[in-house]
Design a protein around this ligand. Structure first.
Ligand SMILES: [Zn+2]
Length: 434
């Protein structure tokens, strides 16, 4: 049986993080204060960092690359990882190999992460279309990863989030305006948290050489033309993707997960107009028979995979040297490295499928801190948690309040964790938000 408390976020156990764990997690320290804090921690721990600018020694560069790899490895989605041993040497070696060129060239490490597409339109999962405290939890964890890289390598790292929602929202029945609102709120969140210099978010319209996303108000944006450009430039023909799915169990699992998503979503919105690929007939989903519905959902899943794969190839073209992170677990030693955006154990969850819940301070902790976890909205409401807001900026000045839920009593925490334990056995699904 899974212990309910196992869902609480776990933090990697580096010296920096042990010290950082004493900082309040509900306040977002500015980059400047983090830097001051890190300098203090370095002095207190007696650790001397390598002196860059004088790195001519290959062995020293390799050692640094390995420390950076270990720092990143600590953020792995361990629940879904396929590694057979702790501190997996295969994964750490693989990461170190890709970090080494940055260290030898003495430049900041470049990290890329596809994800943060849009908020799921399911009211059982999220509270709206804007980024909220759930995204803040994920961004705080990503910031912690960047801090740990900087701890090992003073040149530090930059992260680019490649928001993939624009590339497949048309398949998921999410409108482009919702994608735009989400992107805008994510940029506001990064800006107010003073992280825009460390983490940036880009979308299809920032890259595609077609359409005019910055046209005057009232001018329609040409999102479909941008998606056409993406598929014409990077897309694979659907029959090739079908063949690849049949040959690869991992792709097959991904395909089934996306198909299941489409089925659940359309069953919840039966008036949605869909097209049967066999007859080219367009009708409300509810007017098709069972066989046609399965065919339609399978085709939509295939289109979603085609867009996601094209988006992945675009990222490779845009940032060929960058170290690629993923919100999905990847095979041991893979070129892409699967991280957890929450640090929670158990079934992985992303902020665009969830709400943030703040648990009460722990009185027995040496430096009492609050803890935030991500759960589907329906679970938070079933546990009787109260919807509230958290100020993004510590002073609350000129910063939007971010929606979240709060558990005020030990009983409500216990109920929430116990509901989470009951859902833990459900199979992991993909990131495509219905
Ligand atoms: Zn491994």
């Amino acid at each position: 049986m899974i212990h309910p408390l196992s869902f609480l976020p776990t933090r990697p156990l580096s010296a920096r993080q042990s010290a950082a764990a004493t900082r309040p997690t509900h306040l977002f320290a500015s980059p400047g204060s983090l830097a001051r804090s890190d300098r203090f921690e370095r002095q207190a721990s007696g650790i001397t960092s390598l002196r860059f600018g004088q790195t001519t020694d290959t062995q020293a560069a390799q050692e640094t690359a390995r420390k950076v790899a270990q720092a990143i490895y600590a953020y792995q989605d361990k629940y879904h990882a396929t590694c057979t041993e702790a501190d997996c040497p295969t994964c750490i070696d693989s990461l170190a190999q890709r970090v080494l060129p940055f260290v030898t060239q003495e430049r900041p490490l470049e990290l890329v992460l596809p994800g943060f597409p849009y908020k799921s339109k399911s009211q059982k999962k999220c509270m709206g279309v804007r980024a909220d405290a759930a995204e803040l939890v994920a961004v705080e964890r990503l910031t912690s990863l960047l801090d740990d890289v900087e701890w090992a390598y003073p040149k530090g790292a930059h992260l680019t989030i490649y928001s993939d929602g624009r590339s497949y929202c048309h398949v998921s029945g999410v409108c482009d305006n919702s994608v735009s609102t989400y992107l805008e709120s994510m940029r506001e969140l990064l800006d107010h948290a003073r992280l825009a210099d460390k983490i940036k978010i880009v979308s299809l319209e920032d890259i595609a050489p077609v359409g005019n996303p910055h046209a005057p108000v009232g001018t329609p944006h040409n999102w479909p033309a941008m998606r056409d450009w993406l598929l014409e430039t990077y897309g694979q023909p659907l029959p090739e993707i079908q063949t690849a799915i049949e040959a690869d169990p991992a792709l097959q699992s991904n395909y089934q997960g996306m198909k299941c998503f489409r089925q659940k979503d359309l069953e919840g919105h039966p008036d949605t107009l869909v097209t049967d690929p066999a007859t080219n007939q367009t009708l409300p989903y509810s007017e098709f028979g069972c066989k046609a519905r399965r065919r339609i959902c399978g085709h939509l899943a295939l289109l979603g995979m085609q867009s996601a794969m094209a988006w992945g190839d675009l990222i490779d073209a845009q940032a060929p040297d960058a170290l690629r992170l993923s919100v999905h677990a990847k095979p041991c030693g893979s070129r892409k490295f699967g991280i957890s955006l929450t640090g929670q154990t158990g079934r992985s969850i992303t902020p665009w499928h969830a709400v943030a819940c703040e648990l009460p301070k722990q009185p027995d902790h040496p430096a009492p801190i609050s803890t935030r976890i991500l759960v589907p909205r329906a679970l938070a409401e079933e546990a009787g948690l109260e919807a509230t807001e958290v100020d993004l900026h510590p002073t609350g000045k000129h910063a939007p309040g971010l929606p979240m839920f709060q558990a005020k009593t030990p009983a409500s925490v216990q109920q929430l964790l116990s509901l989470l334990a009951k859902t833990a056995h459900r199979p992991h699904t993909t990131s495509s938000a219905p």
